[in-house]
Design a protein. Structure first.
Lengths: 109, 116
């Protein structure tokens, strides 16, 4: 399975943008890039996914590098409720997802 | 609508006992997944059911672990002769598989298993 690499932790100030990076240099042409997050004491929840083009939804934006070897999850205005572990996952089809350690985001008031 | 539910929410058992964990997926979701998460760790895939196909059991850590899915809906994860290292949060997820095949997984709240 193609692997992803994320920083262990990041900090942000409330109401500032946050850019969460993910490297996936061995990505294949059919791998989608998925992002999930896990709030404290909860199961993970879907954030966003994309293939080649940048994607926007109500939660976040996903910027995908032209060579697809990296991507960045963008939270436009971090709130205290965005404090969570963010997982970047490559997925090809309807198979299971292999979660890495993710990035623990701390949001400071 | 109702999300994925899991029961019990917490389970404390003694080493050597068997436990059963239940997952009720979202109605109509044909794919069901089990993961476990040890304290402070990421999720570890255990098993994946898709419709009537044979499950992908490649993540099960030992033959003490088994799972079944009855009627394409409810799933039960069974751990026999529990060990202390089985202590973790066991998470279930389901997804709707259709023409748009990259469907998000919806997770339940998990079952926290503690083996004394």
């Amino acid at each position: 399975d193609a692997k992803t690499t994320q920083p262990n932790s990041m900090e942000s100030n409330e109401e500032e943008p946050v850019h969460l990076p993910c490297n996936h240099s061995t990505i294949s042409g059919t791998d989608y890039i998925h992002w999930y997050r896990q709030l404290p004491s909860q199961g993970p929840e879907y954030v966003i996914h994309g293939l080649t083009s940048n994607v926007n939804n109500r939660m976040a934006s996903l910027a995908i590098a032209e060579d697809r070897k990296s991507s960045t999850l963008i939270l436009h205005r971090a709130t205290l409720r965005d404090a969570a572990v963010y997982y970047c996952i490559l997925r090809d089809g309807d198979n299971d997802m292999r979660f890495g350690a993710g990035t623990r985001l701390t949001v400071k008031p | 609508g109702a999300g994925v539910s899991q029961s019990p929410s917490n389970k404390v058992t003694e080493k050597g006992k068997d436990v059963e964990l239940r997952c009720d997926p979202i109605s109509g979701h044909t794919a069901l997944y089990w993961y476990r998460q040890s304290l402070g760790q990421g999720l570890e895939f255990l098993i994946y059911f898709q419709g009537n196909s044979a499950p992908d059991k490649s993540g099960l850590p030992s033959d003490r672990f088994s799972a079944e899915r009855t009627g394409g809906s409810v799933s039960t994860l069974t751990i026999q002769r529990t060990q202390q290292e089985d202590s973790a949060v066991y998470l279930c997820a389901s997804s709707l598989v259709g023409a748009s095949s990259y469907n998000e997984q919806f997770f339940g709240p998990g079952t926290r298993l503690t083996v004394l």
